[in-house]
Design a protein around this ligand. Structure first.
Ligand SMILES: [Zn+2]
Length: 311
């Protein structure tokens, strides 16, 4: 017993020695983090006060602090690619004051996760953005940056770690599946991240983000009255003069003629003030093979299916 305890403490001591010998290159910016976090902590301890001369309402007779509360929680997760060449490059960017950008988590190609901010603090990752009527996404979201040059596929280890982080966040903060989205979704006129190789379908299968139903593009064979088929222009009248019934391939789920893609995109969450940009962002997320501002019949079927999930 004594010997193993000694061994254990030796292992512990050597581990401690190794850790203390490893120099953290971010020691000085970590000090800044702690200083800023402490200042915000102090503002939370303070009794809420307003200057009576600056407000147009009378104050109560004394201050009463409620005793039932906790911290506000993030309700969205925004996924980004860094468009930089290394994790180290991004860590530098997020610890340099002048850049004015940051994120809660940075995940390297090797799968290593750097949590750079407490989840309850507001990172500067969304910029000018909008999802539904939410115009301050930074206040209600967690930002996750994936080390990626902007065009390359995402590494397997990186996606595995991302799934682990998302699982933890979803559980911890109770974030709804539909609220896992990309930077391009919330800022369609400005952003194109994460790039089209991002595995949104795989994420959705694990409970993070929306995806369309597997059979949405299926077609079915239907028997049609000959006269109806002629009326819809779907039959060659010269070949089928004598037939009473004809067989036709039709989409399994028909998009109604009254379907309005702009309304659908807006209901899903997209900012549709610039429709071209909204369609491109939608296609970057859900179509991925051809990212342009044109909605094909296939795209409309997918959009209609997703829209119905959001009603
Ligand atoms: Zn981004």
């Amino acid at each position: 017993m004594k010997l193993s305890a000694l061994k254990f403490s030796l292992i512990l001591a050597s581990g401690f020695l190794m850790a203390s010998c490893a120099v953290n290159p971010y020691a000085s910016t970590n000090k800044l983090y702690k200083k800023q976090a402490k200042a915000y902590g102090k503002s939370l301890w303070a009794v809420p006060q307003v200057n009576p001369e600056e407000v147009a309402y009378p104050q109560g007779d004394y201050w009463v602090g409620a005793t039932n509360f906790n911290m506000r929680k993030p309700n969205y997760v925004i996924i980004h690619h860094t468009a930089q060449n290394s994790t180290e490059h991004t860590l530098k960017t997020f610890t340099t004051k002048a850049t004015q950008v940051s994120a809660h988590y940075v995940i390297g190609r090797d799968g290593k996760v750097y949590q750079m901010l407490n989840d309850h603090l507001r990172a500067w990752h969304g910029g000018a953005s909008k999802w539904g009527n939410n115009t301050d996404i930074n206040s209600s979201s967690i930002g996750i940056e994936l080390d990626n040059n902007g065009a390359e596929p995402f590494a397997e280890a990186q996606i595995n770690s991302l799934l682990g982080v998302l699982e933890m966040l979803k559980k911890k903060h109770g974030i709804p599946a539909a609220n896992f989205i990309g930077h391009s979704d919330i800022a369609p006129s400005r952003k194109v991240d994460p790039n089209p190789t991002f595995p949104w379908q795989k994420l959705s299968q694990s409970g993070f983000g929306l995806w369309y139903d597997a059979d949405v593009l299926d077609s079915v064979v239907v028997a049609k009255n000959y006269a109806d088929s002629v009326a819809t222009g779907k039959v060659d009248t010269t070949l089928l003069q004598q037939e009473v019934l004809v067989l036709q391939q039709e989409p399994k789920y028909k998009v109604p003629d009254t379907f309005n893609p702009q309304d659908a995109l807006r209901i899903i969450g997209y900012d549709t003030r610039n429709m071209e940009a909204a369609i491109k962002a939608f296609k970057l997320h859900f179509i991925q093979t051809e990212v342009n501002a044109e909605l094909t019949e296939k795209d409309k079927q997918i959009l209609y299916n997703l829209y119905q999930k959001c009603l």
